[in-house]
Design a protein around this ligand. Structure first.
Ligand code: AMP
Ligand code: ZN
Length: 463
């Protein structure tokens, strides 16, 4: 079976065929760094991390390049700086670091290239100059605008009618625009705003041109996969297509457009005004990153995902069950060198079928069930297979002991172990009432004790 992916442009599931299997390229629109990332932003991170892991498995890690940009020049950043008085470079550096820290908790691999928009201004200016020279763009009052009616193909990605496009883009109908749908490639900057010298005076780029320029610089004229959340289809990605293809006629910009669905919270759109806005950081206070990751993957990436407390608890229970099997299998310490691909089973086939993670997770759970019923020797062999398969999902890579004890601070662990020692002493002295009291007190704090045949006692967090 081969990888198929739904392509937003053709609205069909298609066989994924890279231009060159030795150099597979994927570009994903990254964050605008002015504020902490929220759990909606985490969805494309997890979805495209999964796709990256799968592509590396299929084509070989050295043959896949994943580019995810950092948008560090944007009017939202300027507005944040104006409001707080913090210098722009401090805001972008601090927010970029927070983003990296947060998504590392979700087990997201680092992309191969993480270009910053501010390092690619020359490439943007060059692309805009080409568009102006071919009359796809024009200068007006210090702005450079892309002239939408000059592009016959405009609208082919989002399948929108012209009327919807103008309304949907909410583009400002400035008097200097030749057409209401025209969008900004370059705009003038006053002295107190970030700006670069250009043929049109000191100014800064529009958002869409940033991705067109960075994608071309790092992945060439045609990219195999371009991804992001569904909200980016229009106008951001439609405009990227227009800029990239009109500046290099005769070449497709993207072969497969992949978009993740939206995330809501307890059935409502997440927004600051509704008070249901959850940053990745806040979500991590309630559950380990691996739980959040499994929660993300338990819904198919194109479907809406409703983030509920109940869903998070279910994800935790599913992970507890899987880790319990790994614990029972008593696997050797994780050795990243054994990179055997778990190809050719229900689990892998589900992923190949447009990243069907709900199906892949149930296949993984069936495999875990089978493993738990095996003999000790078989359990070790198939347990390793289970862990390798889960690695494609970015799950189950912790030591099971660490998983079950996770979330307890070191001092708490010392306390728990001291209580266990007291309980053992009480049992030895046949004071079973005292021993049971200790067990109950720990249970009330969510710590479950398990007595082992050898007389020792193990503990874990309640699921
Ligand atoms: P932004 O910083 O707003 O440009 O968003 C960064 C990425 O997160 C983009 O790919 C967005 O499509 C995606 N995104 C933002 N909000 C959500 C959400 N509620 N659900 C899913 N994806 C989202
Ligand atoms: Zn983009």
């Amino acid at each position: 079976m081969a990888l198929s992916l739904y392509n937003t442009r053709t609205r069909k599931k298609e066989l994924f065929e890279p231009l060159d299997a030795a150099r597979v390229g994927m570009y994903v629109c990254g964050p605008t760094v002015y504020d902490l990332a929220h759990i909606g932003n985490a969805r494309p991170i997890v979805v495209f991390d999964l796709l990256y892991r799968l592509l590396r498995d299929i084509y070989g890690a050295d043959h896949v390049t994943y580019v995810r940009n950092i948008t560090d020049v944007d009017d939202k950043i300027n507005a944040a700086a104006l409001e707080s008085g913090e210098p722009i470079s401090d805001i972008t550096a601090r927010t970029t670091k927070a983003f990296h820290d947060d998504i590392a908790e979700l087990n997201a691999l680092a992309p191969d290239v993480e270009p910053r928009a501010t390092d690619h201004i020359a490439e943007m200016i060059e692309m805009i100059e080409t568009l102006v020279a071919s009359e796809h763009a024009y200068e007006a009052e210090g702005h450079v605008l892309f002239h939408v009616p000059s592009d016959q193909g405009y609208g082919k990605l989002s399948h929108r009618e012209r009327e919807d496009m103008v309304a949907g883009a909410r583009v400002e109908v400035a008097p200097y625009k030749r057409d209401p749908a025209d969008f900004v490639l370059w705009k003038p900057s006053q002295d107190d705003l970030p700006g670069w010298d250009s043929p049109w005076g000191r100014g800064r780029p529009g958002w869409h041109i940033e991705c067109s320029a960075m994608s071309r610089k790092h992945l060439g004229v045609t990219v195999d996969i371009h991804g992001g959340g569904a909200d980016l289809i229009f106008p951001h990605h439609e405009n990227e297509v227009a800029q990239s293809e009109c500046s290099r006629p005769g070449h497709d910009f993207v072969r497969h457009w992949v978009h993740n669905g939206f995330l809501s919270v307890e059935g409502e759109k997440m927004s600051k005004s509704l008070g249901n806005f959850i940053t990745i950081r806040q979500a991590l206070e309630g559950a380990p990153g691996e739980v959040l990751r499994l929660m993300m993957l338990s819904t198919h990436y194109r479907k809406p995902l409703d983030w509920t407390e109940e869903g998070v608890q279910q994800a935790r229970t599913r992970l507890d069950r899987l880790y319990r099997v790994l614990q029972k299998a008593n696997l050797p310490a994780l050795d990243q060198e054994i990179a055997i691909s778990p190809k050719g089973n229900d689990f892998y086939d589900a992923l190949l079928d447009d990243l069907n993670t709900p199906l892949a997770l149930s296949a993984l759970e069936r495999l875990a069930d089978d493993v738990s019923k095996m003999s000790a020797v078989e359990m070790q062999i198939h347990g390793i297979g289970l862990r390798l398969a889960a690695n494609l999902l970015g799950l189950l890579q912790q030591d099971p002991e660490a998983w079950f004890k996770g979330g307890e601070a070191e001092s708490d662990v010392g306390d728990i172990e001291a209580q266990i020692a007291l309980r053992l002493e009480a049992r030895k002295a046949k004071d079973f009432a005292a021993a049971d009291n200790i067990r109950d007190a720990l249970a009330e704090n969510g710590i479950i004790l398990e007595d082992r045949p050898d007389g020792s006692t193990d503990w874990r967090r309640a699921g």
